[in-house]
Design a protein around this ligand. Structure first.
Ligand SMILES: CC(=O)SCCNC(=O)CCNC(=O)[C@H](O)C(C)(C)COP(=O)(O)OP(=O)(O)OC[C@H]1O[C@@H](n2cnc3c(N)ncnc32)[C@H](O)[C@@H]1OP(=O)(O)O
Length: 155
């Protein structure tokens, strides 16, 4: 079975409240990581139709901050699948009052589908259609190989 990127694509919106801020009045990085992990989990569950666990979060680039009353939008989509793992790209935006979005963070999260004994299980393949989906897939292949090498060689 194969599924499309749009089948599992997910968007979440938050209004920045004081509890999400750090001592400098900016969005707390740990809070954003929780939201990223949550949306990536939902995308992976929708794609695999199974339980999942987080294997790694990488390429977590904090480009800009956000502050109170900002509207924060997270968008997650599958970019690459292996046998049991799925790579999910999560982009985080601040949305202006006119609906214009500025990227403040981009992360790649690897999720693994698991059975009731927490053993990895195969996931559906991915249908890549558009040019941007093909480019993401090629990038995902490279990141997959790099992560494997890092684990093997321990760097
Ligand atoms: C939201 C939350 O779940 S929070 C919890 C945080 N996460 C956890 O506790 C997970 C703890 N880790 C684990 O349980 C295990 O390491 C698992 C399930 C992720 C992987 O199990 P392993 O026994 O290592 O299985 P295995 O070596 O067969 O790897 C399974 C897949 O995971 C991938 N994988 C394993 N470790 C990593 C890693 N560190 N980074 C990226 N991918 C990984 C493998 O490439 C493989 O993918 P593929 O089947 O597409 O080729």
């Amino acid at each position: 079975m194969k599924k499309r990127v749009e089948d599992s694509q997910t968007e979440q919106t938050y209004l920045m409240r004081p509890i999400y801020l750090n001592e400098y009045g900016n969005l707390f990085g740990g809070q954003l990581m929780e939201w990223i992990d949550e949306i990536a989990s939902i995308v992976a569950m929708r794609h695999s139709e199974a339980d999942i666990t987080t294997a790694c979060i990488d390429n977590l680039n904090f480009k800009e901050g956000a502050t109170v009353n900002d509207v924060i939008v997270l968008r997650g989509k599958i970019t690459y699948v292996g046998r049991t793992s799925m790579e999910v790209r999560v982009d985080t935006y601040v949305e202006s009052r006119h609906g214009i979005r500025k990227v403040i963070n981009r992360a790649y999260v690897v999720m693994v589908a698991v059975d009731e004994h927490h053993h990895p299980i195969p996931v559906p393949g991915l249908i890549v259609e558009s040019e941007s989906e093909k480019a993401e897939w090629e990038g995902g292949e490279k990141r997959y190989a790099l992560r494997k090498e890092r684990r093997r060689e321990g760097y």
